[in-house]
Design a protein around this ligand. Sequence first.
Ligand code: AGV
Ligand code: CA
Length: 312
Amino acid sequence: MAKKVYFNHDAGIDDLVSLFLLLQMDEVELIGVSVIPADGYLEPGISASRKIIDRFGNGAIEVARSNSRGVNPFPKDWRMHTFYVDALPILNESGVVNAPESELSAHEHLIKAVRENPDKTTLLFTGPLTDLARAIEIAPDIQAKIDKLVWMGGTFLEVGNVQEPEHDGTAEWNAFWDPWAVATVWASDLKIEMVALESTNQVPLTISVRNQWASLRRFTGVDFVGQCYAACPPLVHVETNSTYYLWDVLTTATIGKKELVKMKEVKSIALTEAPSQGRTLISEDGRPVSVVYDVNRDDFFEYITDLAKTAK
Ligand code: AGV
Ligand code: CA
């Protein structure tokens, strides 16, 4: 039986590629999608999601917009990527957009989807946790119907990926955007799998990855992935603040093939105050979290490329 998955993303390049890949997974039934305007913009994020569902899905899946707003905004340069994906010719060839948009806001849509699913739902979050925090605050009953949360976010490394004034650099961006949401989710009963920077740092976008996709562009889905990542700078010399990793795509791949990664359980707390806003820390006083700390890089790239090849 297919796993029922609800996907909340924030409209970055790897968020939208994740949606495309989820639609190709036989073992996944996507029961709803919502978009939060964190590392991307809302209008093109909703529109690109609906077009990806139309073009690469088989059936209507509802898309809901979030009305959550963060504490620490993402840089505009990164957020602009959403417009690029939404404008790709392959998503606009038909000239129509059919996938339905929900009238509910994202957190309400999530509550409804979980309640209406006769089975337990797997939550996949590849942006900040704000919509989930709001959902469990107003509907704590849904926790019993959530199999687990799979989240791209956080790190236990000394150095995260936030380089901003008034911050000490220890946090990952999705946690930094809304640190209180992380704290709320950490205080819940949910089972949490965290795909942290420990593993995503192992899958940067490189020229050789790009060339591999280019060589396979006769497959429509591989061409689509290559076109999407054409918006991002590849890693050539040294890792910088703008190096692009396949953060969300790795997180999504763990749902389809958990053998790709190694996971261990730790106890963690989530910090909300400056200068460490959004830092996740290992602490005996914390709650249990399963952290993905290692990935088989070659198997991962092979898995996502093979999945993309199957798209029609
Ligand atoms: O921190 C990783 C998260 C992922 O969900 N995002 C990007 C992925 O969608 C934020 C981010 C960190 N560094 C970035 C980011 C960069 N250099 N460009 C764009 N987004
Ligand atoms: Ca993201």
